[in-house]
Each structure stands twice: as C-alpha cells, then as structure tokens.
Design a protein around this ligand. Structure first.
Ligand SMILES: C[S@@+](CC[C@H](N)C(=O)[O-])C[C@H]1O[C@@H](n2cnc3c(N)ncnc32)[C@H](O)[C@@H]1O
Length: 188
C-alpha cells in the first residue's frame, strides 16, 4: 500500500460526520477533499498552504466535488494554525494531516521546512481533542527532506515519552522511501 493510501485509511478510521479536521499542507487538495468528504455536510475542514497556486488548486477541486462550503482555505503558514482557527475550535480537532514536501507540478524548491513544520505539528497536537489523530507523511528524497523527516521522528519519540500513542509506519532507514508518523492523543 502506498503511504498516501495508508494515510487515507488512518483518517477514514478516525473521522466521522460532523467532525472538525485540518489539512496542514493543502497542495493540490486531494487530502482536503478526503477530509471534507469524511466530515460530511455538518463538519468543517481548515486547510493551509503558503502557495496561492496550491490554494487555488484546492479551491477548484473542492468546488468541482461540491465540498467547498464545508472548508475554510488559509493562504497562510501552517505554523500559524492556532491563531488561524476560531478559539472555540481549540481541543476539538478530530484529525489532521500533513503531507510534507513540495507541490507536485510546481517549483520543487518551495518545500515544507523543519522549523515551521515542527512548530505547526506541535501546535496542531495541542488543538486535537482526546482520541484525535495527527498523520504526518514524510518524504526524504528531495533536498532537506531527510533532515525534516529526522526532526519529525524526534518529535514522534518525544511525544511517545509524553504519553501519546505514536506509530512510525513504512520507515526504512537509509532509503528515500516516504513514511508516516501517526500521533494519537490518549482518551484519558
Ligand atoms: C506534498 S504537497 C501537499 C499535497 C496535498 N496534501 C495534496 O493532497 O495534494 C506539500 C505542500 O506544502 C505546502 N507548504 C510548504 N510550506 C508550507 C507552510 N509553511 N505552510 C503551509 N503549507 C506549506 C507546499 O506549498 C505544498 O503545496
């Protein structure tokens, strides 16, 4: 199974009608589309990207699928996620996805970068409700990708020691295969 399919399966397992979901890297909108379909007409999705081309691609895909009205698109860095979400949404996010790397079909020099990625992941973890899930897909084949992925791995290990349920899936050290870090907030 490809990592994107696996990420989709993890999100399907978690999200239900009426939920609040977050896409940290909207890109061409495929993940946002999946989240929007899963939360249904009574749910809400917030999606972030720093590239206007990505936000417009996502908007077009959602409009075509009839899902735009349940989504809020932010042309904004994902590290600002806490400020961008309405205050009443804090602690209510059921699932979030970050698909790191560059926008397919665009300038490969514009990629996610460790500093903002790590602060965005931490901020998103703080927004999750008990039982909520953060799925992060890491790519190591482009410049800077391995360093970013290693920092996500370090975050995953730290989260585990803080009591999060963490699974690292598909990681093969020494290869450039993409892999997933899956963070679940305990129900308590
Ligand atoms: C691999 S693509 C995402 C693919 C997307 N989820 C999809 O389904 O098509 C990574 C995206 O992250 C975006 N990105 C890079 N840095 C970012 C940042 N600081 N905040 C938000 N998005 C960022 C890029 O512009 C790019 O569109």
């Amino acid at each position: 199974m490809r990592v994107t399919e696996l990420a989709g399966a993890l999100l399907r397992e978690t999200l239900k009608e009426g939920d609040l979901a977050l896409d940290g890297t909207a890109g061409r909108g495929r993940d946002t589309q999946l989240l929007a379909a899963l939360v249904g007409p009574t749910g809400r999705v917030h999606a972030f990207d720093v590239q206007p081309e990505a936000v417009e691609s996502t908007r077009a895909l959602l409009a075509e699928a009839g899902l735009l009205d349940r989504c809020t698109l932010h042309l904004r860095c994902h590290s600002e996620v806490a400020a961008a979400l309405p205050a009443e949404n804090r602690g209510k996010v059921a699932a979030a996805v970050f698909n790191l790397g560059y926008l397919p079909g665009a300038d490969h020099a514009v990629t996610t970068s460790p500093g903002t990625t790590l602060s965005a992941l931490r901020a998103t973890m703080d927004l999750l409700r008990p039982g909520g899930r953060l799925v992060c897909v890491c790519y190591t084949g482009h410049p800077g990708g391995s360093d970013e992925a290693e920092q996500v791995l370090a975050l995953a290990m730290a989260a585990k020691s803080e009591g999060w349920e963490v699974s690292v899936m598909g990681r093969e050290a020494g290869t450039d295969r993409p892999w997933i870090a899956d963070f679940k907030r305990r129900l308590v």
